[in-house]
Design a protein around this ligand. Structure first.
Ligand code: MRU
Length: 365
């Protein structure tokens, strides 16, 4: 998508042909800085400390991490070490395991000498596939938005609420939840996006608002607790969020607070869609609440906040009284019964085992 009018992706191979460039998302929205990844250890740090984040981008970055590892040590033991190092970075988004296991399956049968080149090629394929998948999600999601918009009086914008950042910054390009929004906007459909700030790390306020603004999509940032009120007053036509892991039965795990939005949407009759690429579906799981591992991050992310001062410096301040403990659950699970539909690269499915299996019979089996 565009930054200052110029198309940009979130990850790319550097001019040297082997190191990997990423946008350091911890510096946004106030600074646009890139970072070079030179090793699997750099890659693990970038994922763990959230320089890159978002399920699809975590997967693509990990794939490049395997390529960086293979460049140095392409033995079975070397690849296994890199796989385990990268897999331990974050527990919830299943795209990480999907990408790492896929890299291992692709490299293991090869002679060690052939592995580095194949690893780079496969990582590039994963990145390109992600772009194509998200573009397809965008097309299917656009049809959903157009149908909802057609039920509104002419001239009124379509009000969409989204949570966290399931935008192009969470993927290689387009985003999942945002792909239909970008396509609608580019097509001239009047869209306005309510952007949940998404405490504690503010992915909505810092990232979604930044990318929508750069692409010229009208939006308003709201506090996380505002969504229910807006829905009660008819100010939200549809909710679209992303997913970090979706069970074979359609339960959806996404950024903490998503479940509360789904409850409010259910109570007020607002359609609640989840946009997700198929690598986010964990076909081994049936019960999201019981089975999906929920990441718990540092309490500091709740206890402190960073922002731009009037003097132009970025500073971090404390929010809590001395001694107050904080808990930081990073994700929650929205049961399938609260989800109106899953928007995937193969079309829109009911959030159910049958709905998912109908679109992905090859993988569900
Ligand atoms: O902790 P994060 O920022 O990695 O969480 C990201 C999300 O929850 C996104 O909504 C999800 O990965 C879907 S992204 C297309």
């Amino acid at each position: 998508m565009k930054v200052n009018g110029t198309p940009m992706r979130t990850i790319w191979l550097a001019r040297d042909g082997w190191s990997v460039e990423i946008i350091d998302q911890t510096r946004l929205p106030h600074r646009l800085e890139t970072v070079s990844l030179l090793s699997a250890a750099d890659t693990a740090h970038a994922i763990r400390d959230m320089l890159v984040r978002g399920a699809p981008l975590i997967g693509a970055t990990a794939a490049y991490g395997m390529a960086l590892a293979a460049r140095v040590d392409a033995s079975d033991a070397g690849l296994a070490r890199a796989h385990d190092l990268l897999l331990a970075t974050r527990p919830t988004a299943v795209n990480l395991r999907w990408a790492l296991d896929g890299m291992m399956a692709c490299l293991r049968p090869l002679a060690a000498a052939d592995r580095p080149a194949r690893a780079y090629a496969r990582a590039a394929e994963i990145a390109e596939e992600d772009v194509a998948i998200n573009a397809a999600i965008g097309r299917h999601g656009l049809a959903v938005l157009e149908e909802i918009r057609a039920r509104k009086p002419a001239g009124e914008p379509l009000n969409v609420l989204t949570h966290c950042n399931a935008g192009w910054l969470a993927t290689v390009d387009w985003g999942t939840a945002t792909a239909p929004l970008y396509m609608a906007h580019d097509k001239g459909l009047p869209v306005h996006v309510w952007v949940d700030e998404t405490r504690p790390r503010n992915q909505g306020a810092s990232l979604t608002a930044w990318e929508l603004g750069n692409h010229g999509v009208p939006h308003t940032v709201i506090v996380d607790n505002a969504g229910g009120h807006l829905m009660q007053h008819g100010l939200v036509d549809v909710v679209i969020v992303g997913s970090d892991r979706t069970t074979a039965t359609g339960d959806v795990c996404n950024k903490i607070g998503t479940y509360l939005k789904a409850l409010a949407a259910h109570d007020t009759g607002v359609p609640f869609y989840v946009a997700l690429p198929s690598p986010t579906i964990d076909f081994t799981l049936s019960d999201g609440v019981a089975d999906i591992p929920i990441e718990q991050r540092s309490a500091d992310e709740v206890a402190k906040i960073s922002g731009l001062t009037d003097a132009g410096t970025v500073e971090t301040v404390s929010l809590l009284p001395d001694g107050s403990p904080a808990a930081n659950y990073a994700f929650d699970v929205t049961p399938a019964r609260l989800v109106t539909g899953l928007i995937t690269e193969r079309g829109v499915a009911p959030a159910s085992r049958a709905g998912i299996a109908c679109l992905f019979p090859d993988r569900a089996a």
